[in-house]
Design a protein around this ligand. Structure first.
Ligand code: ATP
Length: 275
């Protein structure tokens, strides 16, 4: 396992305003696989990712990265562990505007005083098709190219685990499809492990396994997902939620649930070709 959690519980706030974002979650993230995390807005997806990545403390339970238990580590140790063993990709690419693509890709390693493995770095750059863009600054790159640079940056140190939070959220469907293809390649051809939070059934269909979160618990999972099957599963959250909506605290009704909104094109056009 690349990561796992047992009894992972995360509460925000205290007293009457406590929100139980994760409720005793047990999860195993298989090494060398592409796992997607889905669920309605507020179901705990980002919290799960943050707790697994050591970006947030837990209220109860245990989390391991490989064989290392990260719950209980001090902030300094966590910082080092994140830097050395985890790659991150976010919806906003977080590239430094004054640095070119090559400099952005190796920035985390430069800060850490680490030397990139040149063979690996070249492989990543070629896999992502960035060879002729390395001298360009972010403003001279398209959104999709910027996200590819962010992807290369996450891969550069050959991390044990890559966490991607809505990596296609800001991209048009073609660029989104490209990024999903590259994440898939990173798993299939480079042996990486990827965990991706997404609202998009079409994006989730690129994964090997979808974990469905509902109210802070893993309520279902789906291996070899298709966009249609994921969409159907997501619809069941609405059916279940409907009658109880009045009794919830309104957290779900304020935040738009993109997956549950009526879709013009439900699976979008970034669903992989299953033929
Ligand atoms: N810092 C915080 N303080 C208080 N409550 C929080 C905090 N972060 C998250 N929550 C609450 O915890 C619950 C889970 O939030 P989380 O962001 O993990 O959900 P999510 O599934 O990622 O949602 P979305 O799809 O809308 O991004 C929600 O009810 C949210 O309001």
């Amino acid at each position: 396992m690349a990561a796992r959690a047992r009894g992972l519980t995360k509460a925000y706030g205290s007293g009457e305003t406590t929100v139980l974002a994760l409720d005793s979650v047990d999860v195993d993230i298989a090494r060398g696989r592409f796992t997607a995390v889905m669920g309605p807005s507020g179901s705990g997806k980002s919290t799960l990712m943050h707790c697994l990545a050591g970006l947030d403390t837990v209220s109860a339970g245990q989390v391991w990265l490989g064989d290392t238990e990260i719950t209980g580590l001090k902030e300094r140790e966590l910082t080092r562990l994140r830097r050395d063993r985890i790659g991150f990709m976010f919806q906003s690419f977080n590239l430094i505007p004054t640095l070119n693509a090559a400099e952005n890709i190796t920035l985390p390693m430069d800060i850490a005083g680490q030397k990139p493995d040149e063979n690996w770095l070249n492989q990543v750059i070629d896999t992502l098709g960035l060879r002729d863009r390395l001298k360009h600054r972010p403003a001279q790159l398209s959104g999709g190219q910027q996200q590819r640079v962010a992807c290369a940056r996450a891969l550069a140190s050959r991390p044990e685990l890559i966490f991607a939070d809505e990596p296609t959220g800001n991209l048009d469907s073609r660029a989104g499809l490209e990024v999903l293809g590259f994440l898939r390649d990173a798993v299939d051809n480079l042996g990486q492990t990827v965990v991706m939070v997404t609202h998009d059934p079409g994006a989730a269909a690129h994964s090997d396994l979808v974990l469905f979160l509902g109210d802070g618990r893993i309520v279902d999972e789906m291996a070899r997902p298709s966009a249609e099957a994921v969409l159907e599963r997501m619809k069941r959250f609405d059916t279940i939620r409907g009658p109880f909506e009045e009794s919830t605290e309104g957290t779900e009704s304020t935040a738009p649930d993109r997956a549950a909104e009526p879709h013009q094109d439900p699976v979008r056009d970034i669903a992989p070709d299953k033929d």
